[in-house]
Design a protein around this ligand. Structure first.
Ligand code: MSP
Length: 652
């Protein structure tokens, strides 16, 4: 049995940076990791990046960057964003690291020696978007079941005998009822296995990217076979002496899309084939949807977690650190467990107001204000209400139970209920009325209020760590460092002088925000109307030949750097150029051969129309246009910036 409490997130594809969907999985597991540390457990919390996929290679090609440089940059971005988002990972593993390659070779060899690997021809379909193999009968209208394009593959490959593990996996699920949660996902897994598990192709013909086989450099490992092994490698497998301290993992977090085919079947089978222990639990949570769809770069509905926090901080006036906490809190309390959850900014702002500003921020403010007003700022020497102690003792048990069961949403609700309980307690006890005469009850109420507030600090600590530390700071008390402290009377030390209240979560004026939104859309409509009128006028002839600014703004002009220039074979006018425009490299065919020597153009900066529809010239693709002036004899003279600019700079 491992000694550490290991928690894993999926490793993310580095074809784009995190969005609030991927941040949800990471945040939920982070709350669990922080909480387990608080209870005194030694935790190994890992995350990382999945870098050997074909879609990663294609994303790098599209961006016009060398693949390694591209993945390095995005893996760095992931780490920066996770740190900003207060993700407390102990290890960040990248599948391009040598330790990972070593682990992949070792597992492959063990499984092969154990007789579960064989060679055969693979013929079927491949979906690059989800990096999944499909057979003809899986397709729906010629596409993958998720609606993605598929490519035909016909290759000699290595296969893993997944079919041998149908019954062993079913038996394991039956014997370990908490192995897969939630229940609805577990049932999906069981019915998937009952349809029969097919052997899985675990290599691909190399396209120049991925982990090459040790004795066949023309082949690379199939990205899912390679990626799953990261969990073992992060625990130090195979060579570190203490890997059994970390593996098997206590919880493996993921979205429902990668549970059934990969984590709940292929992964346990790989572990069984290598005679390694299986993780204790897998959580296949629902998705966060935007506009009814899963968040994805290709759908253009991406919301970045850090941008969301920046925006909240701007419109509400709360500090950036607390705005990050607000995003964390939202994801925790709205956790998609069995079902998907629809994200809207409106809902996010409404929750910020109701839970953080009106409830938690408000109890902190009320408590500090009243301790100052009715007890000269010190916690009175009085008994804490037994009712509050009982209430917290139950909350504490339930909270721990929920986090141990990976129900971060239910734990967050306990915290919120405590804050509601306290607000109601203040209303019912009415310290302002008790203060009218010398009263023992007033002192008890005031100390109980501080006691409750400190327990709220303990309950919010793993979810929104900066909020917890600000509560402690404003009370001028040491922050809670151990779960054992929660519920104890020592949290509200008698005669201690508290600090002054400072607003944490200023309330948003949602009506005003809506009004502004309406007004700006009215303004947009006005401009649109005016533009239409202008177009009409143009028709009258008075503005003939003029375009409005909107039309001009549609043209994306960028500073490009020419990286390659050569004659286009068979053409006496065209040069073939490769121009870097910052986020992409474009092939442009330019009719400037009579004026320019190709070698002299390399390294020159030009102005590129970067969003021109690609066109074919003499059978070659041209993906943009260079701005040029026409001289007297009709030849094109290229326009260059007056000083060296950063490649990709906007031209207006
Ligand atoms: N690289 C694989 C995982 C390999 S693990 C050995 C992968 N990467 S991913 O970047 O596409 O997605 C990672 C995780 O983020 C998945 O669990 C996926 O479900 C989750 N999410 C991506 N979008 C999401 C939402 N919109 N909502 C919730 N989770 C989402 O798959």
């Amino acid at each position: 049995m491992s000694k550490k409490y290991t928690i894993t997130t999926p490793i993310y594809y580095v074809n784009s940076v995190p969005h609030i969907g991927t941040a949800t999985t990471t945040l939920l597991s982070d709350v669990q990791a922080r909480f387990q540390r608080l209870t005194g457990k030694e935790v190994h919390f890992m995350t990382g990046t999945d870098e050997n996929a074909i879609k990663v290679l294609e994303a790098a090609e599209k961006a016009g960057k060398p693949t390694l440089e591209f993945v390095d940059n995005i893996a760095d971005d992931f780490q920066k964003i996770w740190k900003e988002f207060k993700i407390s990972f102990d290890d960040f593993i990248r599948t391009t690291e040598p330790r990972h390659h070593k682990g992949v070779y070792r597992l492959f060899n063990i499984i092969k020696e154990n007789g579960y690997i064989y060679q055969d021809k693979y013929e079927g379909w491949y979906d690059v978007s989800s990096e999944t193999f499909y057979k003809e009968s899986d397709l729906v209208d010629g596409k993958s079941p998720d609606g993605n394009e598929v490519r035909w593959v016909s290759e000699e490959n290595w296969f893993f005998k997944l079919s041998a593990f149908e019954q062993p996996i079913l038996d394991h699920i039956k014997k370990n009822p908490d192995f897969i949660v939630p229940e609805n996902r577990k049932n999906e897994v069981i019915s998937f296995i009952n349809q029969g598990l097919r052997d899985v192709c675990i290599t691909r013909k190399s396209q120049g990217w991925g982990i090459q086989l040790e004795d066949d450099s023309a082949k690379v490992f199939y990205v899912w076979f390679d990626a799953l092994i990261n969990y073992l490698v992060s625990c130090g497998w195979p060579d570190s002496a203490d890997w059994t301290d970390k593996w098997p993992a206590a919880t493996q977090w993921m979205g429902k899309d990668i549970l059934t085919r990969f984590h709940a079947t292929m992964w346990p089978a790989m572990l069984m084939a290598a005679k390694l222990p299986l993780p204790k639990q897998m959580i296949g949570h629902g998705w966060l949807l935007i506009g009814g769809e899963k968040i994805s770069k290709s759908k253009g509905n991406v919301v970045a977690p850090v941008e969301l926090a920046k925006y909240l901080s701007e419109v509400s006036g709360c500090s950036y650190l607390l705005a990050i906490d607000a995003v964390r809190y939202y994801m925790a309390i709205c956790m998609p467990f069995e079902n998907d959850v629809v994200f809207t900014e409106e809902d996010f702002f409404a929750r910020y107001n109701s839970d953080l500003a009106n409830d938690i921020g408000n109890v902190l403010n009320r408590t500090l204000t009243m301790v100052h007003k009715f007890s000269e700022g010190t916690i009175p020497d009085a008994k804490i209400d037994a009712e509050a102690i009982d209430y917290i003792s139950n909350c504490k048990k339930e909270y721990q139970h929920h986090i141990d069961n990976s129900r971060i949403d239910l734990a967050a609700k306990i915290m919120l209920n405590c804050s509601r309980w306290l607000n109601k307690y203040i209303d019912t006890k009415a310290p302002w009325a008790l203060a009218k005469e010398v009263s023992i009850e007033l002192n008890a109420v005031l100390r109980t209020m501080v006691y409750m507030l400190r327990n709220i600090e303990g309950f919010i600590l793993s979810i929104a760590p900066d909020t917890a530390s600000i509560i402690a700071k404003q009370l001028k008390l040491d922050a809670i460092k151990n779960w054992n402290e929660v519920g104890t009377e020592a949290l509200a030390p008698i005669n201690h002088t508290v600090g002054s209240p400072e607003p944490m979560f200023p309330r948003l004026d949602l009506k005003e925000m809506k009004k502004n939104l309406k007004e700006s859309s009215k303004e947009d409509k006005k401009i649109e109307k005016q533009n239409k009128k202008d177009v009409k006028k143009e028709d009258d002839g008075s503005n003939a030949g003029l375009i409005d600014i909107k039309h001009f703004a549609e043209v994306k002009l960028r500073i490009g750097t020419i990286e390659l220039a050569e004659d286009l074979e068979g053409s006496d006018k065209l040069l073939r150029l490769e121009v870097n425009v910052g986020d992409a490299k474009k092939q442009i065919l330019a009719g400037i051969k009579n004026k320019y020597n190709p070698e002299a153009l390399i390294g020159k900066q030009v102005v590129v129309v970067a969003n021109l529809k690609p066109a074919k010239l003499r059978g070659h693709l041209s993906e943009g246009m260079l701005l040029a002036a026409t001289d007297k004899d009709g030849s094109a003279v290229l326009i260059h910036p007056a000083k060296e600019m950063e490649t990709g700079s906007e031209v207006r």
